[in-house]
Design a binder for this molecule. Sequence first.
Ligand code: AMP
Length: 216
Amino acid sequence: MATYIVLLGPPGAGKGTQAEILAGKINLAHISSGDLFRENIQNQTELGRLAKSYMDKGELVPDGVTIAMIRERISLQDCEGGAILDGFPRTPAQADALEKMLAEFGGQVNAVPYVTAEESILIERTGGRCSCRAHGHIYHKKFNPPKQPGVCDIDGSALYERDDDTVETVTKRIRVYFEQTMPLVAYYRQLGKLIEINGVQSVEQVTNDLLAALKK
Ligand code: AMP
């Protein structure tokens, strides 16, 4: 049966970095809703234009279009064995839609690692963060620097800083996270699926904790 893992955590906790590493180690597709929106923005699609108007303000893109985008992505063949969902769901309505969607595919959310870090660390980590143009591989100038400044170690593409990683927008994104996404922590905890992971450790240590917790 397919395995679906939802990674929860505030902006800057390290979800994206860990999702990418985990996907490689446990051989699952990596679905990042933020990356899908950024791809749409780069390709100048209608969805991209709509998403950008919310992302620039640090707000969530409306549930309807977000759910439709994930449904389309998760239906692709590379997700047959399951997927790591990074950044989705972010609202109770999205969690509900995900459950129904996975039930259609004969699956369910198997585990929900929740990567935590306090707010001062989240702001420090999102400042200095950069991603590669080609595949969204994530680096940090101080905490996880690329071997060559401005160049992705993995695919050699140029690194850029996200428009929504300014202190002002990050502060808003953290607030939105606490207001709209935090209810999912209680929801998945109640279902016995939540696994708390301390995000204030080295990238390797967080990965080790995640792998150990998922093995159980
Ligand atoms: P991320 O790359 O996960 O930090 O997401 C960047 C931005 O994309 C967020 O601040 C939202 O504006 C938008 N976004 C990503 N995922 C979702 C989602 N599941 N629901 C609504 N908006 C989202």
